[in-house]
Design a binder for this molecule. Structure first.
Ligand SMILES: Nc1ncnc2c1ncn2[C@@H]1O[C@H](COP(=O)(O)OP(=O)(O)OP(=O)(O)O)[C@@H](O)[C@H]1O
Ligand SMILES: [Mg+2]
Length: 250
């Protein structure tokens, strides 16, 4: 089982959209997939038409098992561990624990034989919850806008990973909402940044079909399977799969 977190310090960069679509893609390829919505906004659950039943606090405190809270989605091999509003206090709840950074790991551990992939949809920020996510994950997938501030946040994250000696935590960044009509976007696409080992080659263009995801409440593959977003996500997933293949069994 591998745990991949859709994460960025910044908000509104496409973490949830990415988590929902890649979780669907993994499941469509026969991987038993769980999407854990860690954001009190509950957007991942909303996009998949699954409503939480308010077990967040109990789960984070170790008083409920993930297995009792997980819900089916409309899609084969794709389950959801829904969020609820108690996740807004996740940092406080974790802080009360003896080993806060190990809490998410502990929730996930019993699911080891039930799923091939767990995708975490994270809220923005660099908080105690984020650190617990880093501990629980094999890889961070970081949607990054081709903007100065977004690239700055990515740099901060890379520095944080180094500072905390999280060298086993694989990091995959990719460019999202790319608009080839904009000079800055083209400059970033053609820059040295794209040669970095942690930057995926695939990128997701700015497309209206992804803006529609919360309206359609379905993964983009369901309503626009031949579109540019679906194509971009397939490319990203192929790259991630290569890494999964290399690390299989570890
Ligand atoms: N490539 C894209 N093209 C166009 N719109 C996009 C794209 N990716 C995401 N969006 C839209 O951008 C908005 C923000 O996306 P999303 O909710 O996935 O970001 P987020 O990082 O999860 O936000 P938050 O930090 O609030 O959790 C949504 O309306 C989504 O539909
Ligand atoms: Mg989100």
């Amino acid at each position: 089982m591998k745990v991949i977190a859709s994460y960025n310090i910044k908000g509104g960069v496409g973490k949830t959209t990415t988590a929902v679509n890649l979780a669907w893609l993994a499941a469509s390829q026969g991987k038993r997939t769980l999407l854990w919505d860690l954001d009190p906004q509950g957007a991942a659950g909303y996009c998949l038409r699954v409503k939480g039943k308010g077990h967040g606090k109990r789960l984070l405190k170790g008083k409920s098992d993930a297995g009792d809270v997980i819900q089916n989605t409309n899609y084969v091999d794709l389950d959801l561990l829904p969020s609820d509003f108690s996740y807004r206090n996740a940092d406080v709840l974790l802080h009360e624990e003896k080993y806060p950074l190990k809490r998410l790991q502990k929730v996930i551990k019993p699911l080891k034989h039930d799923y091939d992939i767990i995708i975490l949809d994270c809220p923005p920020g660099l908080t105690l919850l984020s650190e617990a996510v880093f501990r629980a994950s094999d890889a961070l997938l970081v949607p990054t806008l081709p903007s100065i501030l977004s690239l700055r946040s990515l740099k901060m994250l890379l520095e944080f990973r180094k500072e905390k000696s999280l060298k086993d935590l694989q990091l995959f960044a990719f460019l999202n909402m790319v608009d080839r009509r904009k000079k800055l976007h083209n400059d970033v696409l053609n820059s040295r940044l794209r040669m970095k080992s942690w930057m995926l080659e695939g990128y997701i263009p700015y497309v209206s079909e992804l803006e529609q995801i919360a309206e359609r409440r379905e993964p983009v593959f369901v309503y626009a399977p031949g579109g540019r977003a679906a194509e971009g996500y397939r490319e990203l997933w192929n790259e991630i799969n290569e890494w999964l293949g290399l690390t299989l069994g570890s």
